[in-house]
Design a binder for this molecule. Sequence first.
Ligand SMILES: Cc1cc2nc3c(=O)[nH]c(=O)nc-3n(C[C@H](O)[C@H](O)[C@H](O)COP(=O)(O)OP(=O)(O)OC[C@H]3O[C@@H](n4cnc5c(N)ncnc54)[C@H](O)[C@@H]3O)c2cc1C
Length: 477
Amino acid sequence: MPTFSFAEPVHFHNYLLNIRQKNSEDIFASRYKAQCNRIVFHGWEIVDYKIDTGLGDGYNITATISHVSLGRRTVRCKYLVGADGGQSTVRQLAGIDMEGNETTYRWVRIDGRMKTNMPEPNLVFGSLETKTHGNVLWAKLDRDAYRIGFALTPSLQAKYPNGLTQEDVVQEAADCLKPFTLEIERVDWWTQYNVKQKVAATLQKDDYILLAGDAGHTHSSVFAQGMNAGVHDATNLVWKLAGTLKGWYKPGTLATYATERRAAALKLISIDKLAAAAVSGDVPPEYQRAGLTAEDALHSILETNMSFNIGLGVSYEESILNQAPTATTIFPGTRSPDVLLHAPGPLVPVRLHSITHRDNNGRWSLLVFAGCHHVTRQKFAELREKVTTPGARLASWNHLLNISTIMMGAVGSAWDAFDGPALGKLYFDTESLAHDRYGVYPDHGAIVVVRPDGILAFAAGLDQLENVEEFFDKICA
Ligand SMILES: Cc1cc2nc3c(=O)[nH]c(=O)nc-3n(C[C@H](O)[C@H](O)[C@H](O)COP(=O)(O)OP(=O)(O)OC[C@H]3O[C@@H](n4cnc5c(N)ncnc54)[C@H](O)[C@@H]3O)c2cc1C
């Protein structure tokens, strides 16, 4: 039985960075410009849209947009993605309700240049338990800035019945850090807001309207999940939508966006309910029974949900995209493991994820794990024969597949191992880590299907190509 190995990390980014959203957005925008030669249009507001499927050219949506100085225009499109924030106009025009609660929790956040005698202010995150301001957040941000955040507890809300001014929040920030000193030398930004924990009733309406980001789900900022969840939405949606527009997929493939991401949003909100209460100084009932303080409860909630919060543990239920494997021990719907491999020749290793994401063009990865070639040689040759025979079913999906062969050990060339070429590019799994992490028996080998967003989809034996073909039959047009 293959075993999980700790000889290598399961990811390759062991650091934390707090980049303020306005700076992240600049980075995204400049990458968008550099990579796609496109820009984000600022200042245009969607005010209405209509769907007419009778126009016959597929551009079923006519949206009306408005600009303060350029006036109104109409834009025709095939799909409309409402990524227009918590107050989403698209969501309201589509008549999609938000389901959930507005809590009584009210929080303050201030970014700026600050001086303190608190120990270790440059640790990326700090959390201070107080009797007066809930659980105080301290974060080292980009450039010379820090963020401090505190809860407006019932007594603070009573102290400021009309809300706080900037002067008030600066004073309360200094108070919440006592006995340490805090001097706020420059305020870059501050906010006070109510925590809302809501999810849209659906993320897809009338086939062509989709919601993403805060338009589809809102919650507190306790575990810094808002933009992260929006990026997960985008990663999940973009390849399904692009593939649908190209005519690659059946309608059911795009429909999985709404089911997968709404379930993830509900999970996020269930965690947020516990964490937002603990940060505000309330112990959630299930933690009261265990006799924990709010601080201990917060710690426990953070530890339990760490993998989901950092994004690596986000997973999706079984569906047409995530099907029970007929070989290996992979868990479809979870993130594909990353390991280091070697291409023939260079000593510099290559990340498996850089192979599966090599073009970032919405293609699926078919990873042919060849196992121990002394044993699998015959099976591999038979698979190659089936795949390369003219008219092979798999060949009809060549435009959406990247095929790679991963074999245990290393040889001079694929011909030495398989009496012929590899399927796609050949990589060496010299330490067998990839075979271990993907639960592939060395004597059997396997075909592992990875979605364009890096999620494991399916796996079958080297002699079960028809299972892989059935998998793609269910999702491809
Ligand atoms: C205090 C605070 C701290 C946070 N900290 C974090 C954190 O550390 N990490 C994290 O991941 N998230 C954090 N978040 C959450 C994060 O800011 C949001 O989840 C994220 O901004 C949502 O992105 P979005 O693109 O969906 O919506 P938004 O950022 O709200 O963007 C929506 C865009 O749509 C535009 N728009 C609105 N209406 C229309 C219209 N009618 N037509 C056209 N355009 C329109 C808006 O102008 C805006 O540009 C925090 C939130 C708060 C309040």
